[in-house]
Design a protein around this ligand. Structure first.
Ligand SMILES: Nc1ncnc2c1ncn2[C@@H]1O[C@H](COP(=O)(O)OP(=O)(O)O)[C@@H](O)[C@H]1O
Ligand SMILES: [Mg+2]
Length: 250
């Protein structure tokens, strides 16, 4: 279980995030949803340990990790731009992080992640020879191979088009289930958040505007911002919402 308690972030005298309180259970997929600049990436980076909190505490499985260095926390992230090494092939990118890992992972386990992400035919390809979806899968494989306690993803679908988006979305859901892995995803797209998560945290202007299940948020938006942000943007995607929640919410 991951908990953020009264977490705030300030840069100089500017408050970026205020009173962030979140409890995330093991194996859950949770989305951080909000407009650009609302503070989503900063929350993710504070969980990762890349960015310090200004006040408040972060607990993981009951232990206070607020000041635990990133490496010791054992969480891993799939960055928004994939951050692959262009001079290495897909396989070498996938296993790169293992060099500095103390507890070794077996060849069979490496193979399992590669096969799970359908990467076997692409292992020898250089980064520029991979499609967007393949790059994303390499980037996910590279992160999973580190056997993170929590998987963090910053806008994992934003660079992908329709069909690819759906396929990676399903893959992320399978990963969370198969590995019982807590997965926290940043997105600015309400449709993505509502269709792939167990819980959605809506962030607006550095505060949590609403925190609940997709059904909760669709049925009971708790303030005008949520209603506007969700419903206006979803208006154009009625069919998808209809498929998921039925006609009452269209
Ligand atoms: N290192 C930094 N120094 C100062 N301000 C920052 C820094 N990083 C982010 N911010 C500010 O914090 C706010 C939230 O940023 P961010 O978390 O990246 O938002 P999001 O991911 O929701 O688009 C923005 O106003 C951004 O300009
Ligand atoms: Mg961001």
């Amino acid at each position: 279980m991951l908990q953020l308690q009264h977490v705030s972030k300030r840069y100089k005298n500017q408050t970026i995030l205020e009173e962030i309180n979140v409890t995330i259970q093991k194996g859950e997929i949770v989305s951080l949803l909000g407009p650009s600049g609302s503070g989503k990436t900063t929350i993710l980076n504070m969980i990762l340990g890349l960015t310090d909190v200004s006040s408040g505490q972060i607990f993981f499985d009951g232990e206070d990790v607020t000041h635990t260095p990133m490496k010791k926390r054992g969480f891993n992230i799939v960055f928004q731009d994939y951050a692959l090494f262009p001079h290495l092939n897909a396989y070498d990118n996938i296993v790169y992080g293992l060099k500095n890992k103390k507890d070794k992972i077996s060849k069979e386990e490496i193979q399992r992640y590669i096969e799970f992400l359908d990467l076997t035919p692409h292992l020898k390809k250089k980064v520029h020879e991979l499609s967007g979806g393949q790059k994303q899968r390499v980037s996910i494989a590279r992160t999973l191979i580190m056997q993170p306690k929590i998987l963090l993803m910053d806008e994992p679908l934003s660079a992908l088009d329709g069909v690819m988006k759906e396929s990676i979305k399903e893959r992320i859901q399978q990963i969370a289930k198969e590995f019982n892995l807590t997965t926290i995803i940043v997105t600015h797209d309400p449709e993505e958040a509502l269709t792939m998560s167990d819980q959605v945290i809506i962030v607006n202007d550095g505060k949590i505007a609403q925190y609940g299940t997709p059904e909760d948020i669709i049925q009971r938006p708790s303030n005008p911002f949520v209603k506007d942000f969700i419903l206006k943007q979803l208006h154009v995607k009625r069919q998808n919402i209809y498929r998921l929640f039925g006609e009452a919410y269209v």
